[in-house]
Write a protein that binds this ligand. Structure first.
Ligand code: RNT
Ligand code: ZN
Length: 418
C-alpha cells in the first residue's frame, strides 16, 4: 500500500477511536492549522548576524558545535528558511534579532539601527506569507559587558536604552507593514559572576531603564520581557529574574516571555501559564530544551513541551499565547534542527487539542480521581500519530520521517557547498 493510502486509512480509524472518547479529530486538525510558530532566525547561523562591526567578542550568549553549512549571509538564511517552510505545515512567523539587519556592508552600530535596515526583510516576508517578530540584541558587543540596561554607568546604559528604543520603533514599522502586531522580545544577560551586594540597585536601574524605553506607546507592536535563571560567566545573580519581570509585567501590563530553558530544572513552566494569563495581557513562549542548564538544545516532543501545550489548550488561551522557538545547536544539520523543533511543538499542541477534556473535567467535577488519572494515561497512547500524519498529508509536506531524506538532499545540494 502506498504511504498516502496508509495515512488515510489509519486516520479514518483514529478518527473513530477518538470519537469513542468524545474528541472531534477534524476540529483538532483545523485548530492546529491555525497555530503559528515564530521561527527563530538564529538557529540558521549560530546567532552570528550580519553586523559589520568586526569580531565583537562581548559575550552574553554562546552556540556550540561546528557542523558545516551554516548560513553566511542574508540570502543564505532566507534560502534556508524557505526550505524549512516547505517541510512544515501551517503558516508561521519569523523571529528576527536586531543584528540580522540588511546593513549592505555598512557599519551600523546598535544605537543606529533603524527600520530601513529591515525593509528587505519585510518585503521578503510578505512574499513568503510570513509575519515578522523582533528582538533587541544586547549581547555580543564591546559594550555588552556584564551589565547593559542595568548598568550604573550612564553612558553604557544610555547606549542600550537607545538601541532598545530603536528596536521598538522598528517593530512598530514591521507591525504596520504586515498589518499584524510584531512581537518584540527584550532579553538582556545582565548579572554578576560572583556575589553582589547591590541586588536591589541593579534591579532599580533596570526598572528605570524599562520605564524610559516604554515611554512611547505603539499600536502595531507588543513588548515582551524574558527572564533567565543565570548565564555562563554570570552565575550568581541575574538582574532580570523571573520575579522581576513578572512583577514588572503585572504592574505595567507587559507580556512576559517564558523560555522553557530559563528555570530550575524541576520547575514546571506549564504551571506558570494559568497564573500569567490572569495577571499579564498575553504570553510569549520560547520553546527550548534545557540539558542540565539553559543549553538551548533542539526542542523535542517531551513531557515538558506537551504539558505546556496542554495547559494552553485547557485554558482556552491559544489566542493569547505567542509560540516561539529558541535554540541554537551548531552541532547537527541546522535546517533539520528547525524542522525537528517546529514539528515537535506542533505535535505537542496536537496532543493538547486531542485531549478528551470534556470527559476528564466531568470526572474531576464528580471527584472521580482514579478515573481522571486513568483517562489521562490512556489519552497519552490514543492514535494521535495517525492524526499527525494526516496533518502532513493535508499540508502536502513530507509525511513523518520522510523529511530526513529531504534535509539530506538539501545538504548535498546546498549547505555542504558553503
Ligand atoms: C538567551 C535567551 C534569548 C536568546 C535569543 C537569541 O538565554 O533565551 O531569548 O536565546 O534572544
Ligand atoms: Zn529565549
Amino acid at each position: 500500500m502506498k504511504k498516502n493510502e496508509l495515512v488515510q486509512k489509519s486516520y479514518e480509524i483514529a478518527k473513530e477511536r477518538y470519537q469513542t472518547v468524545g474528541v472531534d479529530v477534524e476540529k483538532a486538525l483545523e485548530d492546529l492549522q491555525k497555530i503559528s510558530v515564530s521561527i527563530h532566525c538564529w538557529q540558521a547561523d549560530d546567532v552570528t548576524g550580519f553586523e559589520n562591526l568586526g569580531n565583537l567578542g562581548g559575550g552574553g550568549i554562546q552556540a556550540t558545535g561546528n557542523y558545516p553549512g551554516k548560513a553566511r549571509n542574508i540570502d543564505e538564511i532566507r534560502q534556508d528558511i524557505e526550505k524549512v517552510l516547505t517541510l512544515v505545515g501551517g503558516s508561521h512567523r519569523l523571529n528576527l534579532h536586531a543584528i540580522y539587519g540588511d546593513f549592505e556592508g555598512k557599519v551600523v552600530d546598535r544605537d543606529e539601527v533603524e527600520a530601513s535596515h529591515f525593509t528587505s526583510w519585510m518585503e521578503w516576508a510578505k512574499e513568503k506569507e510570513l509575519k515578522l517578530d523582533f528582538n533587541s540584541t544586547s549581547f555580543g558587543h564591546p559594550k555588552s559587558g556584564d551589565l547593559t540596561l542595568a548598568n550604573p554607568n550612564k553612558e553604557i546604559r544610555d547606549f542600550w536604552i537607545e538601541h532598545t528604543k530603536r528596536c521598538r520603533a522598528i517593530s512598530e514599522e514591521m507591525g504596520k507593514f504586515q498589518n499584524d502586531p510584531c512581537i518584540m522580545n527584550l532579553w538582556i544577560h545582565d548579572g554578576m559572576k560572583d556575589l553582589t551586594v547591590n541586588r536591589y540597585e541593579y534591579r532599580k536601574i533596570l526598572e528605570q531603564s524599562l520605564d524610559e524605553i516604554f515611554a512611547t506607546e505603539y499600536k502595531n507592536m507588543k513588548d515582551c520581557l524574558e527572564s533567565k535563571l543565570f548565564g555562563i560567566g554570570l552565575e550568581s545573580y541575574t538582574v532580570g529574574s523571573h520575579d522581576f519581570y513578572l512583577g514588572y509585567g503585572a504592574k505595567k501590563q507587559k507580556i512576559v516571555t517564558l523560555d522553557t530553558g530559563h528555570f530550575h530544572l524541576t520547575e514546571s513552566v506549564a504551571d506558570k501559564i494559568s497564573s500569567l494569563l490572569l495577571f499579564t495581557p498575553e504570553i510569549m513562549l520560547h520553546v527550548s530544551r534545557p540539558i542540565r542548564w539553559d543549553s538551548d538544545h533542539v526542542t523535542i516532543l517531551n513531557d515538558d513541551v506537551t504539558d505546556l501545550a496542554k495547559e494552553i489548550v485547557r485554558a482556552n488561551a491559544l489566542n493569547r499565547v505567542h509560540i516561539g522557538l529558541d535554540y541554537f545547536d551548531a552541532s547537527i544539520n541546522r535546517l533539520g534542527a528547525y524542522v525537528i523543533g517546529i514539528c515537535a511543538t506542533q505535535k505537542a499542541f496536537l496532543q493538547g487539542l486531542l485531549e478528551p477534556i470534556a470527559q476528564l473535567r466531568k470526572y474531576e467535577e464528580n471527584g472521580q480521581y482514579f478515573e481522571r488519572l486513568a483517562l489521562l494515561e490512556e489519552a497519552k497512547v490514543l492514535p494521535w500519530n495517525a492524526v499527525w500524519d494526516m496533518f502532513c498529508l493535508k499540508n502536502n509536506i513530507a509525511i513523518g520521517e520522510d523529511y530526513i531524506a529531504e534535509v539530506q538532499q538539501y545538504e548535498k545540494e546546498v549547505t555542504s557547498k558553503r
